[in-house]
Design a protein. Structure first.
Length: 613
């Protein structure tokens, strides 16, 4: 197309052509092809022989034009070309709009996890709307291409653009950390998910998907490490800027000798850096919650729930029964051991429907004797109450862009709560103020039973507190750094690292900085610190700010992966799955104008290669 041609003056200097004035009828386009201004044909190679042969063969009559006539003819040809280019530019504007619309729709398809073939359905819907509302625009909407192959290509282009933006961001990172997790998709392919959390000099935090890599062989720590190295090197990220890595607790990830986290820390040390190895704070909280087994409570509850919900007819009758008596909840909830909040939801619904469940099961000839045992009911109420506290902690640990100091403060606070619970339960009389359901059941227990039960619950609180203390030793190992980062004005300078002590004294004696620390968010406070005066403290803050505290992003993205690659889309390959997840999880806005320009240049390059071939 002439709209892609950039007309420019021909450089006569250094050329050996005898008839140089004849070159005025030729120009070079953006692909360095020699184009005749008269007939607009392309000369294969910009050499004297080729140009002379073309000119003498097709345009020998122009030899009669000399002087002013030649210049006027040249201006006339240039004017005609300019007019043609302007007409084509106007004509191409709607084409650009339809292409951009195609990219926008493809982006929405990826973000909403829809099949690629939905593009054709969307276009059918658009055409019906246009035919009804504005039929005169029908031909413009018909030019929007949304077939299956086009949507796939659009998603690939957008994913490449987002990756390019991430590469530009990565070049500005002062520190970055990695979050890694591995899971199996619907086609039984192991997928390694790698997220990146980076911080630049201005304290801007970026959390982006680095890579999703399918593992066709084994999934040992070495295999995971090789895949991780290829992803980091492909993005041109320096290893000495890795501040930490966080994983789940599987041996392939966390083994002290050959786990992925250990291998990454060794790699960073070889390049002159130091990385912190952490175990996901949410995973550890879930493991702590499982410490309170209470199997004598959970087994009857799960059995009752399964007996109600396993048979469709029985389940429907139970729901209708709850509807007839206007119960507080309309159904019981399945318990799933792999879901973080599942046990709390199942126990909560069961407790508030315990009378209705007992009556319904009795009518079915399946009585539940535990519901008439006050001690068992007290254990149930205690388990519901403590699980509610644990679920509230789990929810506070979830979310994006959470600093490691924020997450660890929730764990520290819960440890203090456990000590308070234990103290209240051992009082005489006991004070179950933070266990409202247990407080209700206590009225049906004798005094001796109350004392015995409270001592048992207090012992469980002590055991749970000890489990929390043991589980979070990796976070406790960096507690001083976390405290210095989150509360620099409450740390004694002699307890800080040597290279930070002088600047820390200057910071603590600065009244204006102290006032800003109390008023501003932590990131904004460090962002406003003087770069030359507090250079080392800012560097320390950037490193702490870059640390992941959990693999929440990985878990969330695996849910998206399973939603996209399900039992009816098992043929979705790893490359397309990665593109979808990158578009779904990114906060970057792809530059569609640049994507379209790159795609257009690629097609013209391809056309030029075909013509030259």
């Amino acid at each position: 197309m002439w709209t892609t041609i950039k007309k420019r003056k021909v450089d006569y200097e250094g050329r050996r052509f005898q008839d140089r004035w004849k070159l005025a009828y030729f120009f070079t386009d953006i692909q360095n092809n020699c184009v005749c201004l008269i007939c607009q044909d392309t000369v294969a190679v910009f050499k004297e022989f080729n140009i002379r042969r073309h000119y003498q063969t097709k345009h020998a009559s122009y030899d009669n034009l000399t002087g002013v006539q030649r210049r006027e003819k040249l201006e006339q040809l240039e004017s005609a070309l300019t007019t043609q280019q302007s007409i084509c530019a106007i004509k191409s504007e709607p084409d650009d709009n339809t292409t951009q619309a195609s990219y926008e729709v493809a982006t929405l398809i990826a973000k909403h996890c829809k099949p690629f073939t939905d593009g054709e359905f969307i276009k059918d819907c658009l055409m019906k709307i246009v035919e009804t509302i504005c039929p005169e625009k029908k031909h413009e909407f018909a030019n929007v291409c949304l077939d299956h192959n086009t949507v796939v290509q659009r998603i690939e282009d957008i994913s490449i653009a987002i990756k390019r933006q991430l590469e530009v961001k990565g070049a500005k990172f002062e520190f970055f950390s990695l979050a890694c997790d591995e899971s199996t998709d619907a086609s039984n392919t192991a997928q390694l998910l790698i997220f990146l959390r980076g911080v630049d000099r201005d304290m801007n935090v970026s959390e982006e998907l680095l890579e999703l890599q399918g593992l066709t062989g084994q999934t040992t720590g070495t295999d995971l490490f090789v895949s991780l190295c290829s992803a980091v090197d492909d993005m041109n990220l320096p290893w000495n800027k890795v501040s930490g890595i966080i994983t789940d607790g599987t041996p392939a990830m966390a083994d002290e000798q050959s786990g992925l986290a250990t291998l990454v820390c060794n790699k960073v040390a070889e390049d002159g850096g130091k990385a912190i190895k952490l175990h996901c704070i949410i995973h550890q909280e879930v493991l702590c919650a499982k410490h309170l087994k209470y199997e004598h409570v959970m087994k009857p509850v799960i059995t009752a729930i399964n007996s109600i919900r396993s048979k469709a007819r029985c389940h429907h009758q139970f729901q209708q029964y709850l509807l007839d008596i206007q119960a507080e909840y309309g159904d019981v909830v399945y318990h799933s051991d792999v879901r973080w909040l599942s046990r709390g939801s199942a126990l909560h619904h069961f407790y508030f429907l315990k009378e209705e469940i007992g009556q319904f099961l009795a009518s079915k000839g399946q009585p539940m004797p535990e519901l008439s045992d006050p001690v068992w009911l007290a254990d149930l109420a205690f388990l519901v109450d403590i699980t509610r506290h644990l679920n509230a902690l789990n929810t506070s640990l979830q979310g994006e862009n959470a600093a490691v100091s924020q997450l660890y403060s929730h764990i520290k606070a819960f440890g203090t709560k456990l000590q308070l619970f234990q103290k209240h339960l051992l009082q005489r009389p006991p004070n179950p103020a933070h266990f409202p359901l247990l407080q209700e059941i206590m009225t049906s227990l004798s005094q001796n039973n109350v004392s015995a039960q409270m001592r048992k619950y207090a012992a469980d609180m002590a055991s749970l507190a000890e489990e929390f203390q043991q589980r979070f030793q990796d976070f406790a190992a960096i507690e001083k750094e976390i405290t210095l980062f989150s509360s620099p004005f409450s740390v004694r300078p002699d307890e800080a690292p040597d290279h930070l002590q002088m600047e820390l004294i200057e910071l603590q004696c600065d009244i204006e900085c102290c006032s800003r620390h109390q008023q501003l968010p932590l990131v904004s406070f460090y962002r406003q610190l003087d770069k030359s005066r507090f250079r080392r403290i800012r560097t320390f803050a950037m490193k702490m700010l870059s640390l992941f505290g959990s693999t929440y992003l990985c878990e969330k993205t695996f849910s998206v992966m399973n939603f996209n690659k399900n039992c009816v889309r098992t043929r979705l390959n790893d490359s397309h799955l990665r593109d979808i997840l990158r578009i779904k999880t990114t906060v970057c806005e792809p530059d569609l104008a640049f994507v379209m320009q790159s795609r257009s240049y690629y097609y013209h390059q391809l056309s030029a290669e075909k013509l030259s071939g």
